[in-house]
Design a protein around this ligand. Structure first.
Ligand SMILES: [Zn+2]
Length: 447
């Protein structure tokens, strides 16, 4: 048991904030919030809440951790050349490593780096649309995070050297599902990268497999005007219209981006129970545009906010993401009333948890103990006028002091308990340097 005592503030969710409260955790769940009976907490490990604010861990519903090796690359590029010049060359390094060894090291290290960076930003759960590798999940198991590997599946629109027979892709995906889905804090979902990176047959196999195995589906849709125009030229439909036409929406999917949508797309989203994952910084960096979040909220289409991958952001920081995402909506709509602090905080916590289908994103009895303690003593946090507003507009990742995920203390006093952070960073840099020798000249950046 863990007994967090005498917190300055406890944010249960955007609507409920307690002062001077305690929190009691037993196993993976929260068992008491507010006043704790000392008898029921006998033998518990005590953590002082003095000078701290407890809040639900952030839920980052969309990232690509393999891009962690590509931070800072590919500025001044639109989406298509950015893929061709930044991400595809690195994907070919990954494939080369897989061919050369049965125990690839890159995946473990990009996944561990990403998981650690997210924990330091108060993220306790996430969905990583990533390369299909066991090492990724092993890393998360070691760090102690709640991760969902969204198997990034493509069989079109990628360079020849990355193409493999469909049967091989399917077998690899099914193997990962078998070994890792619903194993402790880990789970697996299906992720056709975009409507046009997969053939219609492959899309339907993905939808069918997700249905049979009760897996979620994540997919990038309508990220750029270029994509929408391309879809119309090729098929006569928008990307949403095309997926509806091929019969892909047999179950609700989580649609990433949705920057460039038309009224007919909104109708498909409502009809099929599709929700939206908003990536404001990535959409801004790639010049893709600003997703119409106000329109989604008015149409009762649920929205979560996320960081996208580190090559198009270039950080995994939910404080910055939710703040930027909310300010952007106010600017885009010329309206200071557009998207409130409460709405955006919910998108970063409760809504994300609902999308991931986990009982988290809120601190209350019976929920998973995914808890973040913020140090509120920093000069940028004081004096405090409104707890939620201060956390939203003023807090930084550096204020994250303690992170508990499923009742397991992962970070305490700003240091990792579960892994040796420094040695993982050193090894990741060594692997990146080795990869550079393979394809450095292909990359249009100082890799
Ligand atoms: Zn993405």
């Amino acid at each position: 048991m863990i007994w967090i005592q005498d917190l300055d503030y406890l944010i249960q969710d955007a609507e409920r904030i307690l002062c001077g409260a305690d929190l009691l955790i037993d196993g993976e769940r929260i068992v008491a919030v507010g006043k704790v009976d000392p008898e029921s907490a006998r033998g518990a490990t005590v953590i002082s809440g003095k000078g701290k604010i407890a809040m639900p861990g952030f839920v980052n519903t969309h990232t690509h951790l393999y891009q962690n090796m590509l931070k800072g690359m590919g500025d001044m590029l639109r989406l298509k050349p950015w893929c061709e010049q930044v991400t595809f060359p690195f994907a070919s390094i990954i494939h080369q490593e897989e061919r050369e060894t049965d125990e690839p090291q890159l995946g473990y290290h990009w996944a561990a780096l990403g998981a650690m960076e997210m924990v330091r930003s108060g993220i306790t759960s996430f969905v990583d649309m990533d390369i299909v590798q066991d090492g990724v999940l092993r890393a998360w198991q070691d760090v102690g995070v709640r991760g969902n590997l969204a198997l990034q599946l493509v069989n079109r629109w990628v360079p020849k050297e990355l193409m493999v027979p469909d049967e091989q892709r399917k077998e690899k995906a099914l193997g990962i599902i078998e070994r890792w889905h619903n194993r402790g804090k880990l789970s697996v979902s299906m992720a056709p990268s975009t409507p046009f990176a997969c053939t219609p047959e492959f899309l339907l196999w993905i939808a069918k497999t997700a249905e049979e195995k009760d897996l979620q589906i994540y997919i990038h849709i309508s990220e750029t005007n270029w994509e929408v125009q391309q879809a119309k030229d090729e098929t006569g439909f928008t990307p949403f219209g095309y997926l509806e036409d091929v019969g892909f929406f047999t179950k609700p999917v989580h649609a990433v981006h949705c920057v460039c949508v038309e009224p007919g797309d909104i109708e498909i989203m409502k009809k099929r129970g599709i929700d939206v994952i908003y990536n404001p910084k990535s959409n801004a960096k790639l010049g893709s545009g600003i997703a119409p979040i106000e329109t989604y909220l008015k149409n009762k289409i649920p929205v979560a906010v996320s960081t996208d991958g580190p090559a198009s952001n270039d950080m995994l920081d939910m404080f910055e993401e939710m703040r930027f995402g909310q300010l952007l909506q106010k600017a885009a709509n010329c309206d200071p009333l557009a998207v409130s602090v409460k709405e955006m905080f919910n998108m970063a916590t409760k809504e994300g948890a609902r999308m991931m289908d986990i009982e988290a994103g809120v601190l209350e009895e019976g929920k998973l103990a995914d808890v973040v303690l913020l140090d509120d003593s920093g000069v940028h946090m004081q004096p405090m006028n409104g707890v939620l507003q201060t956390v939203f507009y003023c807090a930084k990742s550096q204020d994250v002091d303690c992170v508990i995920i499923g009742g397991e203390v992962v970070l305490q006093d700003k240091a990792f308990v579960t892994v040796d952070e420094k040695s993982i960073i050193n090894k990741a840099v060594e692997l990146r340097n080795r990869a550079k020798q393979h394809v450095g000249e292909k990359l249009d950046a100082d890799f």
